[in-house]
Design a binder for this molecule. Structure first.
Ligand code: THU
Length: 130
């Protein structure tokens, strides 16, 4: 699965975004190591803090289906510009794919790729609690 193919699946996932408050639609496509792809969109709430970002929707869908090993995730926004993962999402990405990569796409600026470690240096992990 190429990065471009994964970005296109993320664009499709974005169609399902529920964003009546911010009107900022986001889609994500998560490639698991076993080849499965999980789609996610942002799901907002009248109580704003209950909102779930697209990346976390994709990861939680996958984990709830028993899939825990991931290679890469593509994230796109309806604005056409980059949707950089928020801090909470970076922490969730770090939990499940610390060696994975994140692909962002912008209509004008094109695709960019970051490692999860780049997005969350010196991240907090389960081993720290043991
Ligand atoms: N959002 C995401 O879904 N992912 C990101 O990477 C950035 C932000 C959502 C959350 C909220 O529904 C809207 O974008 C505005 O913050």
């Amino acid at each position: 699965m190429t990065d471009r193919e994964l970005v296109n699946i993320a664009k499709d996932a974005m169609e399902k975004a529920y964003a009546p408050y911010s009107h900022f639609k986001v889609g994500a496509a998560l490639l698991a190591k076993d080849g499965r792809v999980f789609k996610g969109c942002n799901i907002e709430n009248a109580s704003y803090g209950a909102t779930n970002c697209a990346e976390r929707t994709a990861i939680f869908k996958a984990v709830s289906e028993g899939c825990r090993e991931f290679e890469k995730i593509a994230i796109v926004a309806g604005s056409g510009d980059y949707a950089s993962p928020c801090g909470i999402c970076r922490q969730v990405l770090f939990e499940f794919m610390p060696d994975g990569k994140v692909i962002l796409d912008s209509k004008e600026k094109g695709m960019v790729t970051f490692s999860v470690q780049e997005l969350l240096p010196f991240g907090f992990r389960g081993e720290d609690i043991k």
